[in-house]
Structure formats: structure tokens, C-alpha cells
Ligand binder design. Structure first.
Ligand SMILES: O=C(O)CCC(=O)C(=O)O
Ligand SMILES: [Fe+2]
Length: 203
């Protein structure tokens, strides 16, 4: 874990993003997936909105996922275990990258077949407090043919962008600086399940 935390910090410091495979083991991943499926079955997911406050709107031509926000005061034991792992990352990033991360917010997400999320930044004027994005993928298996990659546009020093496509392979964790890396979810050919969250610089 110590080594992993150092690796994560170094990559964020140098490249603004990092991909960690098998961040959780199969058992933990399956349990989280089962919990998400149960919440889905209970009708606890809602179409995700874009914008903030009074501007909030469901616009499936921009994003087609459905989400269920985790309640910090009412986490299931599994969710609490995941938050504890993230807490280690938060501390490491503060120690090594001086990001001043103080809290976490996150939701389960489900992208139905054919859905996507167009290019965007997670930190913008109306949402200034998201500093680091953290995504854990939960699908049991994923192949290239199923598409649905996370496409990150990595800014280069010469002003160009490098495209990095990341398949939502179960157990894979992706971390990036919310204000630095525009990204999108390409249309998926399979139901795509994940937990997305943000470390914030406020409580
Ligand atoms: O699921 C992903 O790969 C990215 C999701 C995303 O960009 C978001 O929820 O803001
Ligand atoms: Fe995003």
C-alpha cells in the first residue's frame, strides 16, 4: 500500500493522472457491484444532471448515465471500506502534492447501453471545489469491442493534447486532476458500472 501510494502521488505530481489496475481485489469489486445492482433494483438511481443549482438539467445528449449519491452519514460497510482506502490516497496526495484535499463526495454510476458523457471538465466555475477525480470500475469483465472507454485529453507543453483511452476494466482505479484533464465517456456497448468521486478542498 505504501508503495502504491507513493506511485500514485508521483504520477499525479508528474502527469496529473494515474491508472491503477487491481486497486481492489475481485471479491471486493464483486461485492460493490452486487450492492450497486441491489440499489438499482430498489429504484435508487436517477438520471444524472449537468450544470449546478438552478441550472441543473437532465440532458441525455450530453450525459446519459444514472447515478446514486453515497451519503457520508449513512455508508454501508462496503462503502465505508472503500472510503477508507480513498482516505489513504487523500492523505498521501496532501503530503506529497500539497493539494489541500479535505473531503470526498461520490456516487455510483450506471451507463446503459448506447449512453455516453461528452467531453467536459469536472472542475469549472460553478463547481470550483473538486480538485481530484477518482473513478473505480466495477464490471466483471470488459473487452475492447464493448467500447465505452474513458477518453482523457492530456494537455502537452506545446499546447496540443494527447489522447489516452482507458477501458472500464473492473478493479481499475483512475485518478486525475479535475481542473486539468478534459475527458469524456465514449458510447458504451455494454452496461457500464462504476463509482465516481471527487476530493474537494472544502469540508
Ligand atoms: O466513468 C467515467 O469513466 C468518467 C465519468 C465522468 O467523467 C464523470 O462522472 O464526471
Ligand atoms: Fe467527468
Amino acid at each position: 500500500m505504501e508503495e502504491q501510494l507513493d506511485h500514485i502521488s508521483a504520477e499525479i505530481y508528474q502527469k496529473s493522472y494515474v491508472i491503477v489496475d487491481n486497486f481492489v481485489d475481485k471479491e471486493f469489486q464483486s461485492a460493490l457491484l452486487a450492492e450497486q445492482m441491489q440499489l438499482l433494483g430498489q429504484g435508487k438511481f436517477r438520471h444524472a444532471a449537468v450544470g449546478k443549482g438552478g441550472q441543473k438539467q437532465v440532458r441525455t445528449e450530453i450525459r446519459g448515465d444514472e447515478v446514486h449519491w453515497m451519503d457520508a452519514d449513512d455508508l454501508s460497510p462496503l462503502q465505508a471500506a472503500y472510503w477508507e482506502k480513498l482516505e489513504e490516497i487523500r492523505k498521501a496526495l496532501n503530503q506529497n502534492c500539497f493539494l489541500g484535499l479535505r473531503s470526498f463526495e461520490g456516487h455510483f454510476a450506471r451507463y446503459p447501453i448506447g449512453s455516453f458523457y461528452k467531453r467536459h471538465l469536472d472542475q469549472f466555475q460553478a463547481v470550483p471545489h473538486r480538485v481530484v477525480t477518482v473513478i473505480l470500475y466495477l464490471n466483471d469483465s470488459w473487452t475492447q469491442d464493448e467500447e465505452g472507454a474513458l477518453r482523457m485529453y492530456i494537455p502537452q507543453e506545446d499546447g496540443s493534447e494527447l489522447i489516452e483511452d482507458v477501458l472500464p476494466v473492473g478493479g481499475r482505479l483512475v485518478i486525475f486532476l479535475s481542473g486539468e484533464i478534459p475527458h469524456e465517456v465514449l458510447p458504451t456497448k455494454k452496461e457500464r458500472i462504476s463509482i465516481t468521486g471527487w476530493f474537494r478542498n472544502i469540508d
